[in-house]
Every structure is written in structure tokens, then in C-alpha cells.
Design a protein around this ligand. Structure first.
Ligand code: GDP
Length: 425
């Protein structure tokens, strides 16, 4: 069979349930590769009834015959990565370096990145962006400024020490003079870095070469996106965005695989909308409706535990996301959560032709709603399209028509098998 390389991305503001979809589709791939973001992502997997939250390791890691790759577009906190590997080992999944490849070109999150992230966000007060404070933004800043520390240097003791020593005076000036915090010493950082580097070194490799070989050998790659389309640094609701490109196109730059090698783009979207962090949210519900949906849907961040803001399905937003990603398919998640609503609202468009182009545009957007009938049946046990209540089918079809892509996967529960395949993906 010819290779089928697929990208899985979120079409909203993240937390769409990508982890589950990747885990599901990973079974058909030889390699699962992450291409952007860092440990600000949170993928919740439920396997054999047990919950496991991964922040950095690609979701396919639980399949013994799959190689996972952390691409050059990802920023890696070595401490977090090794903690995840330890947590997996504790659950009986010891990860061999052949099973997890870390790109030589991936940039490393260092202690001063974390410190600066937290200090900066705190100093912004009301203006804060809502970052997770894990040093991801400052690490991407150093990458773009061409002074970042890449994995290949991190695992080389002499070069790492020299590189960090060269960066440190400027970082300390900011930490001390601007934020009034205690400076870091090179010895402190080295005491942290050296043992981590020694453990990580066997995993660090030329990941593009491995991906090219796999493609040439007819093996399939699944590219796993983190966050969501409207958190993309270029196309999202800037400045309330993450520091990387989250759209499907970034799979190429973030791993070193060319665009002609991508065959399918699966956009994951919830059957409603949620958002964590600051920024405009046109289809937000009333407080009462939000509290209800948040409770039923368990809408609290996997990484931070922050309550998510909840809203009705926003077709104007997802329609644009389908185009930004070139999505060929939708995976519609959490459909089960909407069971029991007598009626559902869908935002079909914004008044006056307003489009979700920026934070300013969204702040002014006035959602226009269509009310559709809901369904009362519990659908979590349904496995075929024909067995879904007719109003649920109509809800899905209306969404497909509004956003312009077929919902080939419907998710009706957190478990791996709680899914309806509408065509063979
Ligand atoms: P991700 O970052 O996009 O992978 O999303 P999260 O893991 O933060 O959020 C998805 C949450 O919803 C997790 O707790 C999943 O187990 C859960 N989930 C995923 N799909 C479904 C679904 O179809 N129904 C229900 N009830 N829960 C789901």
C-alpha cells in the first residue's frame, strides 16, 4: 500500500480532542511526528480505562510498533520530556531510543526561559496573554533571534556550557534589572542540564532523514499538531496566540518533510466551542449555559486545570480553519456531550460579513445563530451513523454544509473505541 501521510490539527482554540484522534489513527501509521509547540500542549489518553496526560511525547507512544518523532519545530524542555518517559516506564511502557526520536534541530527550553516567561506574564497584569508560563515563548524568541540552543548542542557538554555561558549575561540583566529576580549561575544551570543531556543523547538524531527514508519505503507518517488554528502565531487571534504556527502547513517546516508528501489533513473540532486563556470569543454562552456545559464536558485544561470558556459551535470560525489548513476531513468530537439539550445553537456567520481574521475583528464580531433541535438519547454507545438519532445526524450534516468539509470521524466518548467511522479513513 502506498504511504498515506496525514496531518491532524485542531480547528478551534486547542483542546479539541486531538490526542484521542491521533491515538486512533496512529494504528495505521509507522511514525507519529510532532511538529510545533512544546509542553504547553496536553493530550489526554484513556487506555484500558486509565487516564494518561502527555505534554510533549507524541500520542502514538503507546503503540509498541510505532516510532514517535519530536520534530525540529518543537521546543523541548528536557526535564519534562524525561519525566514523561519515566511516567510511561512506571506504567510498563519503557521507551527505547529507537521508539522516540528527538530532532537535532529542536530548540531547548532552559531554566531562564521559564523564569522570564513567568516574570513577564506576571508583569503584564490585565494585559496578560494567558501563556502557560513554561518558557515556550522565550525559547521561540531565541530561535528566531538565531541564538537558541538546539538539541545537537545541548547533548554536547562542552558546546552546551559555552553556549549557555554566552547567553546568560543578557538573560540575567533582564531577570535582575527588569524583573527584580535573582540571577542564575552557569553552574546551577549546568548542574540541571548535564544529567538530563546524558540521558537524552541516545534519542537525539537526524529526524528528517528518518522521515524521508520512511516515506521512500512506503511507510505512513501521522503528523500531530498541538493547540489549534486560532492560536497560530500568524493566522490566529494575535496577540492571544501561541508562539508557533499551528496550521497544517507547519507540519512540513517543523519536520523537514515537503508539502507534496502530505496526502490528507484531518481537522479536529468539538461539536461546540471552548477557549482557554484570554482573547475574544464570539460564540460564548451565557454564564449559566457555560457552567452547565463545562461541567458535563469536563472543560478544564489538561495542562493547567484552568476552567475553559465554553460557547456554541462557531461555523464562521471553523469554516476559515478548514481553508487555512486545507482540511480534507473533519473529526467531530464530544458529540455525546450535547445529548439532552432540547435545542442547540449554531453560529452560522457574523453580522456585516465580518470574518475571523484577527483579535480585533473577532472582538467586534456579532454572531448570528441558527437554532436546531437537539436529541435526548445517550449516544456514547452508538457505533454506526444509522444508529444516531435523526436530530444528531442533522446537526452533523448542518455543520458539514456550513464549514465545507465532511465529518468522516465522529467521537462520542473519551475512549479509543467510542467513535463512528463514516468512511474508511
Ligand atoms: P487535545 O489537546 O486536543 O488532545 O484535547 P484534550 O485532551 O485537552 O481534551 C480532550 C478531552 O476530551 C480529554 O479529556 C478526552 O479524553 C476527552 N474526549 C475526547 N473526545 C471525546 C468525546 O468524543 N467525548 C467525550 N465525552 N470526551 C472526549
Amino acid at each position: 500500500m502506498a504511504a498515506k501521510n496525514r496531518v491532524v490539527v485542531g480547528l478551534q482554540w486547542g483542546d479539541e480532542g486531538k490526542g484521542k484522534i491521533v491515538d486512533l489513527l496512529a494504528r495505521q501509521a509507522s511514525i507519529v511526528a510532532r511538529f510545533q509547540g512544546g509542553n504547553n500542549a496536553g493530550h489526554t489518553l484513556v487506555v484500558d480505562g486509565k487516564t494518561l496526560v502527555l505534554h510533549l511525547v507524541p500520542s502514538g507512544i503507546l503503540h509498541a510498533n510505532i516510532t514517535c518523532a519530536i520534530g525540529n519545530g518543537v521546543v523541548v524542555d528536557p526535564e519534562v520530556l524525561l519525566k514523561e518517559l519515566d511516567a510511561l516506564a512506571d506504567r510498563g511502557h519503557t521507551i527505547h531510543p529507537k521508539q522516540l526520536l528527538v530532532a537535532e534541530g529542536a530548540h531547548v527550553i532552559l531554566p531562564f526561559h521559564r523564569q522570564l516567561d513567568g516574570a513577564r506574564e506576571a508583569s503584564l497584569g490585565d494585559q496578560k496573554i494567558g501563556t502557560t508560563g513554561r518558557g515556550i515563548g522565550p525559547t521561540y524568541e531565541d530561535k528566531i533571534a538565531r541564538r537558541g540552543l538546539r538539541m545537537s548542542i545541548f547533548v554536547d557538554d562542552e558546546r552546551r556550557r559555552n553556549h549557555i555561558a554566552a547567553l546568560l549575561p543578557e538573560k540575567n540583566r533582564q531577570i535582575e534589572n527588569w524583573y527584580g529576580q535573582a540571577p542564575l549561575t552557569i553552574d546551577e544551570i549546568e548542574a540541571w542540564a548535564k544529567p538530563l543531556a546524558a540521558r537524552l543523547a541516545p534519542y537525539v538524531t537526524d529526524t528528517p532523514a528518518v522521515l524521508h527514508q520512511a516515506t521512500q519505503a512506503g511507510q505512513s507518517i501521522l503528523f500531530e499538531g498541538a493547540q489549534g488554528t486560532f492560536l497560530d502565531v500568524d493566522h490566529g487571534t494575535y496577540p492571544y496566540v501561541t508562539s508557533s504556527n499551528t496550521i497544517a502547513g507547519a507540519a512540513c517546516a517543523g519536520t523537514g518533510v515537503g508539502p507534496t508528501q502530505i496526502h490528507q489533513v484531518i481537522g479536529v473540532t468539538k461539536a461546540y466551542t471552548t477557549r482557554v486563556g484570554a482573547g475574544p470569543f464570539p460564540s460564548a454562552m451565557t454564564e449559566e449555559e457555560e457552567a452547565k456545559l463545562r461541567k458535563i464536558g469536563g472543560e478544564f485544561g489538561a495542562t493547567t486545570g484552568r476552567p475553559r470558556r465554553c460557547g456554541w459551535f462557531d461555523a464562521a470560525l471553523v469554516r476559515r480553519a478548514v481553508l487555512l489548513n486545507g482540511a480534507t476531513d473533519l473529526a467531530l468530537t464530544k458529540l455525546d456531550i450535547l445529548s439532552g439539550y432540547p435545542a442547540l445553537q449554531i453560529c452560522t456567520h457574523y453580522a456585516d460579513g465580518c470574518a475571523p481574521t484577527s483579535a480585533e475583528a473577532l472582538a467586534k464580531a456579532l454572531p448570528v445563530y441558527e437554532t436546531v433541535p437537539g436529541w435526548t438519547e445517550d449516544i456514547s454507545g452508538v457505533r454506526t451513523w444509522a444508529d444516531l438519532p435523526i436530530n444528531c445526524q442533522r446537526y452533523v450534516q448542518r455543520i458539514e454544509a456550513l464549514v465545507g468539509a465532511p465529518a468522516t470521524l465522529l467521537s462520542v466518548g473519551p475512549g479509543r473505541d467510542e467513535v463512528i467511522h463514516r468512511s474508511v479513513l
